[in-house]
Write a protein that binds this ligand. Sequence first.
Ligand SMILES: Cc1cc2nc3c(=O)[nH]c(=O)nc-3n(C[C@H](O)[C@H](O)[C@H](O)COP(=O)(O)OP(=O)(O)OC[C@H]3O[C@@H](n4cnc5c(N)ncnc54)[C@H](O)[C@@H]3O)c2cc1C
Length: 311
Amino acid sequence: MFTQTRSPHIAHVPMRATVARIETLSPTFRRFTLTGPEISTVADNRLDQRFKILFPVPGVGLDAMPPGDDWYLAWRQLDNSVRPVMRTYTVREVRPEAAEFDVDIALHGRIGPASAWALDARPGDELIVCVPHTGFEGDIHGGVDWRPPAEARRILIAADETALPAVSGIFERLGPEVRGTAIVEVPHPEDAAAISAPPEGVRLIVVARGADPVGSRLVPTVREAAASLLSAAPGGGAQEIEDVDIDQVMLWEVPHDLAGNPLGHAPFFAWLAGEASPIKELRRFLVSEKGVDRHSVAFMGYWRAGRPEMT
Ligand SMILES: Cc1cc2nc3c(=O)[nH]c(=O)nc-3n(C[C@H](O)[C@H](O)[C@H](O)COP(=O)(O)OP(=O)(O)OC[C@H]3O[C@@H](n4cnc5c(N)ncnc54)[C@H](O)[C@@H]3O)c2cc1C
């Protein structure tokens, strides 16, 4: 069992979680409602708050994971044969009064341990979640990468299904003054049912790729939408950006200073998240072709086709 004494200096702590309910949201998405003795202390930051799930090792479970807040080191020191698989997900709705929170998982077959777990899971199944907790006394938990400059009133969001839960969380916290476009690529047209309604000033475009490669609908749709968005918020001139080898390193840049404040001061902010290859292409398009200030573009490779998540 985990200790119930939580360090006020550690932002994310491990907790046991039990599947309370499973709901099918769309052909691709299942919502898992998680509960447990400590789940009422999960911080409700919404936006794109990420967290880690440790999935049970088949035939071994989760018990090899020692208790304590210093979970990452403890996890790394475990022998491969008993180390739970760790993957990254997004906190959806948090209901502290019911000691529940939701995570929406995109099913992509049995090729990954997380997706395989999601296909087979039943109420009562257990996980370990490493989540931001309310007992933390620091300023920000970390793991929220929606950090637009205060001046940003015009936004562009581009995402595939893995970032759809994050887009929903962002929609739920956006002010009515924000204008812009969000483009989300999903496998099936019916997956649009899994996303929250955007605020009034934001146009949501959901594109379905069917059996075509990931990004094949996202990239052209963003290019088209950017034409009108950027004529209203022009960039400062094309900039050279360094090449990132997305097969070797994680594609991830969220411009902010050491205190977590955004670096950009432009009225435009772009947030790009999903499979690394289209996200890399879209970043280059915005910064090198359209001249958007690189400090106004956050880009995150949430996964890489053909590779397990780098943990
Ligand atoms: C910050 C962050 C937040 C995230 N939030 C969510 C979330 O809320 N919901 C969600 O569903 N995902 C989310 N993801 C993506 C999720 O972590 C990855 O999809 C993860 O790789 C799934 O693990 P797995 O064990 O199923 O597959 P892995 O073992 O990691 O990969 C096995 C194979 O599956 C492929 N693969 C992985 N994901 C997909 C996919 N979605 N479609 C097709 N092929 C895939 C890999 O390329 C690899 O070939 C998030 C990722 C990040 C970084």
